[in-house]
Write a protein that binds this ligand. Sequence first.
Ligand code: ZN
Length: 499
Amino acid sequence: MGKAWEDLKPYLEKMTALQTALTLFEWDTETLAPREAAPYTAKIVGILSEDYFRIVTDGKVQELAEKAAKEGRLSEVEETVLRELSEETNRLICIPPEEYRAFAELTAESAGIWAEAKKEQDFDHFAPTLKKVLDYQKKFASYQAKEGQKLYDVMLNTYEKGFDTESLDRFFGILKKELIPFLKQLTERGREIDDSFLTGNYDPGKQEEAVRYLAEYVGFDFSRGVLGESVHPFTTSLHNHDVRVTTAYSEHVDDSLFSVIHECGHSLYELGIPDELTQTLAGQGASMGMHESQSRFYENIIGRSLAFWEPVYGKLQEIFPQELGQVTVNQFVDAVNKVRPGLIRTQADELTYSIHILIRYEIEKMLVEDNLPVEELPQVWADKYEEYLGVRPENVSEGVLQDIHWSQGSFGYFPSYALGNAFGAQIYHHMKGQMDFDGLLRQGNIAAITEYLRENIHKYGKLKSSRQILKDITGEDFNPQYYVDYLIEKYKKIYEISG
Ligand code: ZN
């Protein structure tokens, strides 16, 4: 460790401190803060964000980082921190500060406008704001782009390094070619599955009891984590000793049960980051996609399997004797896997989920690369849903306005969800060859599975890219075929389709 690194450290620590404070405000806004607090909190958030921007783009910081790299003698963690810092600097420094601030102000407002438009089912109310947000994102991407790089590739790279339009065209192409005809086959030839008992008068207090039980069962550590409630479930991490998850309670009991298992998957990743990495720029998950691979691994591959429920279903029946007392574990597991081609992404089953993402991917490409006018979005959206899923939204709230992402300028984020599913399936395929996966689940030994994931994924934080992690685990580069095969095999079995 040289002098330059020592001098750089206080700046890095300040960056982490600011990020942590911003994360805490975000958690508070979503969970406990009173509604009237919003504009006042926004002001503080603005000041902290600007401070962060200033450090990242500070010439002195860059100089120290370059010196530290030249001095050498850095550990793997320190090298990763420098790499992350330089990527963050390159991403922000090309943006004129006044444009950055104007964009921050715009997005502080735009989510509210989106929410109003969604409530009023009025796309025109949101369209001008969306156009502004999109124009900023395109402009920023054009500043960041390397010679000849596509703007949408710049955006994709923010969330998933090592993936671009070319690799994603191939990925989504396989999904489209294989899953859409299979879905059709399943709807025409598959048996009927009853899931009516999942909806009803499920008491929220009892749901909370079940959710806490499940969180602990999958390994959530309540001495280093908090479980809260919010409209949309999410996970956030201050550091590896303070990881926070939320869930939401509705009349559909499976929503709260599976959203908590999903968020626990995210939290186990964050709790598995080692002490030497946490509170550094290398102390987060490898990528959005790898994070989502872990949450969906717990939610779907583990959580929607019969082997998982066999030892714990009795407990669930104890909590809900009226609702589930007469329902067998097999009926329950079939019901939570029922395929329902629908309009809403967050309610999608495991089979149709990535088709929702495919639609968003195609539309984002059209918006960014082909300059599709924003005004045409509702029509394009509805047409694609009809073509791929056989359903057509009746209004924009259940169509193009359902997700918050675009209002915040997160173009290029959606593909991470589908990639996460595919990463998880590839890892699962390999793990099955290494251990008696279902046997461990039947024994209630989820810790052994978590241990494997921690040793091969979680403990590396950002030291490895998602592609590198896949390669080191499976000995193979990313291969989406595992995901398609996993889905088709699983649903053929559940729906009793042969051939
Ligand atoms: Zn997630």
